[in-house]
Design a protein around this ligand. Structure first.
Ligand code: SF4
Ligand code: SF4
Length: 121
């Protein structure tokens, strides 16, 4: 389920966080990565974050009900839709990225329609 933007983009992004370039998003992408409810946070060592080339796009959020556990989120205003964090390649191939099938690529227009939030260009 997609939550409101203010719920999925907290004021503070925690480590582990993606560290890459800040100039890769030239325009709003057609697709973006969405973290699904089955994300476990990989027990504090998220396998997905190191693949993201965008600075502070993927970041840790605390599970407030079960601290110090947490999970990964994606900043929809920074994601470039490159799919490097997912394990689903073309024609059913298996790539590096989240090994737990907890990342889905979603059509941006559909994401905006579901959340009522218009993402940055
Ligand atoms: S999205 Fe996947 S790889 Fe990343 S923290 Fe969650 S379960 Fe682990
Ligand atoms: S699709 Fe690319 S930019 Fe978006 S979260 Fe995954 S690795 Fe990062």
């Amino acid at each position: 389920m997609i939550e409101a933007l203010e719920e999925i983009e907290p004021a503070y992004k925690l480590e582990p966080m993606s560290h890459g370039r800040a100039d890769l998003r030239k325009k709003k992408p057609k697709i973006l990565a969405v973290i699904l409810d089955n994300c476990t946070g990989c027990a504090g060592s998220p396998a997905c974050v190191e693949y993201c080339p965008v600075d502070s796009c993927m970041y840790w959020v605390l599970d407030t009900e079960h601290p110090p556990l947490g999970r990964i989120e994606v900043d929809p205003n920074l994601c470039i839709g490159c799919k490097l964090c997912t394990s689903k390649g073309p024609d059913g191939t298996f790539l590096e990225g989240c090994p737990w099938d907890a990342i889905e690529m979603m059509d941006v227009a559909e994401w905006e329609s579901r959340t009522g939030v218009t993402l940055n260009p």
